[in-house]
Design a protein around this ligand. Sequence first.
Ligand code: FNR
Length: 364
Amino acid sequence: TSELKKVPIPRRGVDYRGKIVLAPMVRSGELPSRLLALHYGADLVWGPETVDRSMIGTTRRYNSESGTIDWTRKPSQGSKIPPGAEVKDSIIYRIHPEKEAGKLIFQIGTSNPDLAVQAARLVAADVAGIDVNAGCPKPFSTHDGMGAALLKTPDKLCAILEALVANIVPEFEIGISVKIRILETAELTETLVRRLVATGITGLTVHCRTTPMRPRERAIRGQLRMIANVCREAGVACIMNGDVGSRDEAMKLTQEFGVDGAMIATQAEKNSSVFRAEADGGLAPWTDVVKQYIRYGLETENKFGNTKFMLTQLIPGKAPVYREISPCKSYTRICEMLGYDDLIERAREVDLSLDIDPDNAGKK
Ligand code: FNR
């Protein structure tokens, strides 16, 4: 057997080979969602895409109440603050320094090498890798040349990756990776991937859909073996993404297509225990997953609106309590409604800490 070529993995970085990982998801990939995925066995977690300009200018601080590291900034000028109200800094990025140690990949939205390096520098000492988003098809990303727009400007995408490799890797000793989509033909994809794997990156994730494809359309596997081969030749780990349903399915698919790992988004958003192997218990009932999620939400004092949103993802629409979520106006009410008596004391504390009235019954 020939020896496996590998772009060297920096000392504090991760080898993406053999990993089943949580995908980057705006809103659905905030801290408690990532802790939940890790709880159920995700090997690595990607944070939600964060745009370079929103990161630049933030202040890093340790938050002793939530046990987190927060990057915060003053509310932007022009935001409406009632006279006399306390002005709270907005949290741009939040991580758990112990529970996510060595497991968290920061994903950056960027179309500019200098801004990418400036933003990456702010978090590089606290994360295990920096990933560039070259797959988001939404106009808010692409109109600025970010996300999937980078697939059409390979010179720029390579310049961004090379700048991160040159400026972040030696100083912080973590790896750089990129997340792309497939292009219309295998030839076009191959040309792009050959360039990307020569930039010094250690990982490449391919979402097996083209940019115009909608999430409901089935992922296309036809180019995957070729991409895996190009990556292997260059010594770069290849992670597949798109319609991967569980750890067991991921293990089969990675074998079948010769890729190094797999990334799960939608199915993990619905039930994070997809990361647990059948042999270890497999999919957990939503009731277990929701309670564990609330524990992490309370532990990290997650934004209440985000917690409520995630509950509507994790609780099946058919469950009777589903309709009871939206009227709840506090963590205390949520815990009462779900019957989590053991969490109510902590819920009251968190409500007060977040300036939420715990007794707001929400029935106005
Ligand atoms: C995403 N996706 C995504 N991709 C990315 O690179 N950065 C991001 O911030 C986001 N945000 C995001 C939010 C939500 C709610 C969803 C559902 C998806 C895309 C995601 O990472 C993944 O590539 C696709 O969802 C395909 O994987 P699945 O869903 O088929 O497992």
